[in-house]
Design a protein around this ligand. Structure first.
Ligand code: SF4
Length: 115
């Protein structure tokens, strides 16, 4: 079985061609210019991960931009959004402040300041 995807490791955006075994194992990756592309293809095919970027409501009603500080399994994105969605952020907030701890092993941190 073959799969095609674009590597997002850098702006070159190499077109990857992945040969998969019937059990889902990656047999070969073609089209990558560097090792990161092969690693990306392997992870994307066997254990896809995503960073969540979203906004949370502050106690004064404004929104603050946040993201997870590591990737989480793609299959857990919906559950993760449910876990953090109702959070009301106390002010002030500085970039990097942890606003929600341990969302599938990741922390949700502020990516902008709010005073
Ligand atoms: S394979 Fe390497 S060079 Fe190509 S897009 Fe991915 S990171 Fe960039």
């Amino acid at each position: 079985m073959k799969r095609e995807m674009t590597c997002i490791g850098c702006p070159m955006g190499c077109a990857l061609e992945i040969e998969l075994a019937a059990d889902g194992r990656v047999l070969e990756v073609k089209g990558n210019t560097c090792k990161r592309g092969a690693k990306y293809a392997e992870t994307e095919c066997t254990d896809p991960q995503r960073t969540i970027t979203t906004t949370l409501r502050c106690e004064d009603g404004r929104m603050v931009a946040v993201k997870t500080d590591t990737t989480i399994p793609k299959d857990e994105m919906f559950e993760a959004m449910k876990m953090i969605g109702g959070t009301v952020v106390k002010l002030p907030v500085m970039i990097g402040d942890v606003l929600v701890k341990d969302v599938f092993g990741s922390n949700v941190v502020a990516t902008q300041n709010r005073s």
